[in-house]
Design a protein around this ligand. Sequence first.
Ligand code: 2AM
Ligand code: CA
Ligand code: CA
Ligand code: CA
Length: 263
Amino acid sequence: MEIGSMDRYIKSLIKEAGHRIRNSFLTDIVVQSKADANDLVTNIDKDIEQFFISRIRKDFPGHRVFGEEGFGDTIEDLEGIVWLLDPIDGTMNFVHQKRNFAISLGVYQDGVGKLGYIYDVMNDDLYHAIHQGGAYYNDEQLNPLPETDIATSIIAMNATWAGPNRYVDHEGTIRLIRDVRGVRSYGSAALELAYLASGRVDAYISMRLSPWDIAGGMVLVKEVGGLATNFSGQDANLLEQDTFVAANSSIHQKLLTDYLRKK
Ligand code: 2AM
Ligand code: CA
Ligand code: CA
Ligand code: CA
């Protein structure tokens, strides 16, 4: 399928999934914990992932799907076409706030991000990008990211990571919090990347993200000239959980060397 028709197909699939998620608030939602008590998953996360996978398998039988809830394929490389899907990014917000969560989807061909989508379900806001074809907010083209310096930047980051943790020297993150203009925590990596791509924040930092959290957002961020790596400066990891920092190109290196890299 050519890229334009694939884009139209995916947009309609995502809108249909969003409709299902909004309707789920009329039903009983079953909440369970995964890795720890605050790592939540619901029957809706699972239903929506299965909804996507059954459609993709029917209409794109040669493609593989890497989804958070494990109904897709086991992925150890990015050869061919791979869909990286998070059916609900921000499950804690979905459960507690009934807003501020997103569907996140990236389509990669031989490791190159071709299409990226982040759908803010309750606001009906779609962010999407086509490799070398621009990034868009509700079909309005987004501008290249502005240059900032640390002192005039707003960064998105979970408050959890300001305390001692095993991923980073937290004195660095505390210094960063003091040096920037402001810090925001939205609780959905995908939405935070969409906000970066649309210039509402200047960086997004997390100590622990999985491929499906970042795959869609990375296509968007790259399309507006932003950079995304792990804390060692390597390309963001699309096969395993890793540290993650995405930012406009004027502060990305400074975030790594002055604040995030373990001394
Ligand atoms: P999720 O809601 O799909 O699990 C929360 O700050 C952000 O980090 C969300 O995007 C959340 O995705 C993601 N995340 C990744 N790993 C997580 C974990 N083990 N526990 C909670 N949130 C996690
Ligand atoms: Ca999860
Ligand atoms: Ca997620
Ligand atoms: Ca999820």
